[in-house]
Write a protein that binds this ligand. Structure first.
Ligand code: ISL
Ligand code: CA
Length: 637
């Protein structure tokens, strides 16, 4: 039983405590190991509170509830990971709106994806993840679903989908869908029924609360939405508020309701029966809300979201995930990757360990920004942090769990842009990231355009933004009296639009993406940085990806092998990231220079080290800026 008298060290030694403390310290820019300092570690919660005013009452209360929730310890992990088809996959995330437009309306479509299957096959990826393609009013680019069993007209028809799925499978490519079941659109039939009649069974599919204050017009609590403003929307006819953690058109579902859960399972099975191979589960860790008490002001100050500690790892989360899996995925050997913001290593293990039968893997986002930084404020991303992050996860995560490996997705500016190396090194850095991604243990998720080394876009005015998150932030700043230019500056670096610009296919008008007007502007430089040019040039980023993907697919050691870092304790080599991947009968060696200056090799290469792939054309004695090499030890290339 944890109490206010528990010490920081005791708390840190528990899974929940470990992740919460690590996240809080990292967010504020401190190393997590600060807690291991005996003076700090011996402090009790109560004492810390007295000395520093932290943690506040709401946080203490939420934390103690989480710490005291029943937890089954994980059984010991096996010596080697169990082989699974999805561990061997190389996933490619498609943002359908921006992939390829076949009918000139400026919006990518399903026929466009099908048309580009030969390109994807050439690249070598084995599984596609489609960001949502369901019917939607598009308040949040499809993450606001109106009908789970209908295709958005902009993207095509269900026939187009069936044809795409069949064609993908025919090419040996699996396909997973984006499953958004924390919320639906306010235009979903369930919500419409809920609005019409409070006695309709669908009413309880959502989260309704009375308002506060004499007139009942104040939101039920202080929670804020991820997309600015209160997380509660008032409905005058109903005289009640409904919860929306995201946009005000994305209404949170009430997972407490068993009928709702049964409806969701039915829908998931309908897609599985169609033959889809699995799902990426949108913000799945948020489905269980601990209570509707006010959120901690301190968490709010650190994360700019109020209330998160009440639902980021709610008390029924594991139960819901087990049920969901048993009712659906388990019957189809389907693959699942959960999007789990703020979940750290220990909680991730509890969500994905094989013995738990919940999720297969999750996305952890801790590496996307350096400690104390966020995507809205530009800074040069430090590759040394990426090394620290991977050293930790690759060595400590365990054999009964499996990482996802990614640098980009549709919610973040691109990593190669964040690193912001001198333009002469841009392609080398893009290739370096690919080398890391294809040689670490975990399932790689390439985001469309990564394979071209696509960078971030240049947005010049608020009119060019399309992302509801950035637009809401911008408007909120204007309402607070910020001048338009300053408000735009505050969102332009972080807007999710950077990753959502159209795929550059050729040097034709609009990069060959559309014959019409693209729905969002292109990233500059497409005249030279495009798929046509890169598939022609042997030393392009595209070919580097192709070679690395092939190498990984041909060599199980790169998938399942042990990760053995070297030279990590020698400060002379902190600018290098070197490791072995070792499996029975196979050994690979990876050496990476994390900096823009030449570095000495820690040890001379031996004739037994056969170079497989490099981001430089010719070998050299020094490791050149951002050089990344993969060698096979013994045996042919
Ligand atoms: O935690 C975050 C920032 O503090 C967010 O990045 C959060 O992880 C993200 O907003 C959740 O993203 C997913 O759900 C959203 C949708 O807009 C995103 O595109 C999707 O990836 C709501 O469905
Ligand atoms: Ca189209």
């Amino acid at each position: 039983m944890f109490t206010k008298q528990s010490t920081l060290k005791e708390i840190y030694n528990s899974p929940v405590g470990h992740d919460v403390i690590t996240t809080l310290l990292t967010q504020t820019g401190f190393p997590a190991c600060a807690v291991l300092n005996p003076l700090v570690g011996r402090l009790s919660l109560a004492r810390l509170q007295k000395l520093t005013g932290m943690p506040d009452a709401a946080l203490t209360n939420a934390l103690l509830k989480m710490l005291n929730a029943p937890d089954t310890p994980l059984p010991p992990a096996p010596d080697t990971p169990t082989p699974k088809w999805w561990k061997e996959a190389v996933v490619y995330q498609i943002y359908p709106r921006s992939f390829y437009d076949t009918n000139g309306d400026g919006i990518g479509d399903l026929a466009g994806i099908q048309k580009k299957l030969p390109y994807l096959k050439k690249l070598g990826v084995t599984m596609l993840w489609l960001s949502p393609i369901y019917d939607s009013p598009n308040d949040d680019c499809g993450y606001d679903i109106r009908d789970y069993q209908k295709i958005l007209a902009d993207f095509g028809t269900m026939e187009d989908f069936d044809a795409l799925l069949a064609a993908a499978h025919k090419n040996g490519i699996k396909l997973i869908m984006d499953l958004v079941i924390n919320h639906t659109s306010d235009e979903h039939a369930w919500f419409k029924k809920a609005l019409k009649d409070a006695n309709d069974p669908c009413h309880d599919y959502y989260i309704w609360r009375d308002g506060k204050g004499e007139d009942g017009m104040q939101p039920p609590n202080n929670w804020t939405s991820f997309f600015s403003g209160s997380a509660w929307r008032y409905f005058p006819k109903q005289k009640q508020f409904a919860l929306h953690l995201f946009s005000e058109k994305q209404m949170d579902l009430n997972w407490e309701n068993p009928n709702l859960r049964a409806e969701l399972y039915k829908m998931v099975n309908w897609w599985l029966d169609k033959g889809v191979d699995g799902f990426r589960l949108d913000v799945i860790s948020l489905i269980s809300k601990e209570s509707y008490a006010d959120g901690s002001p301190q968490i709010s100050a650190i994360s700019s979201i109020t209330g998160m500690e009440r639902y980021f790892y709610g008390p029924r989360l594991h139960e819901y995930l087990r049920e969901l899996r048993a009712e659906t995925f388990a019957k189809h050997d389907a693959f699942t990757v959960g999007e789990t913001p703020v979940v750290g290593m220990e909680l991730a293990r509890r969500l994905t360990a094989e013995s738990r039968a919940e999720l297969d893997t999750v996305f952890n986002f801790d590496h996307l920004d350096c400690p104390g930084k966020n995507r809205y404020k530009p800074y040069p991303y430090d590759l040394h942090y990426l090394k620290r992050y991977f050293l930790n996860w690759q060595q400590n995560y365990g054999n009964d769990v499996w990482m996802s490996l990614f640098f980009d997705n549709h919610d973040n500016p691109r990593m190669v842009g964040k690193i912001g190396a001198d333009p002469q090194y841009h392609d080398r850095v893009a290739k370096l990231l690919c080398t890391l991604q294809m040689t670490l243990r975990g399932t790689p998720f390439v985001y469309q355009g990564d394979e071209l080394g696509l960078g971030n876009a240049q947005f010049n005015s608020a009119e060019e933004l399309r992302d509801v998150e950035a637009i809401n932030r911008y408007n909120e700043l204007l309402e607070q009296g910020t001048a338009p230019e300053a408000a735009f500056d505050a969102v332009k670096h972080g807007t999710r639009d950077h990753a959502r610009t159209p795929m550059p296919w050729t040097r034709a008008k609009n990069a060959g993406f559309t014959t019409g007007e693209p729905w969002v502007k292109l990233t500059d430089g497409w005249e030279t940085r495009n798929a046509a040019a890169q598939t022609r040039e042997e030393d392009s980023v595209f070919h580097h990806y192709k070679r690395m993907i092939a190498l990984r697919r041909q060599n199980k050691a790169l998938v399942y092998g042990d990760f053995r870092p070297v030279f990590t304790r020698d400060s002379r080599y902190e600018d290098l990231f070197c490791y072995f991947r070792v499996a029975q009968g196979q050994r690979f060696y990876v050496e990476i220079n994390l900096t823009n200056t030449a570095q000495a090799r820690p040890a001379p290469l031996t004739p037994r080290q056969v170079l497989c792939v490099s981001n430089y054309a010719e070998p050299a004695s020094l490791l050149r800026p951002y050089e990344a090499n993969v060698y096979r030890i013994g045996g042919a290339k």
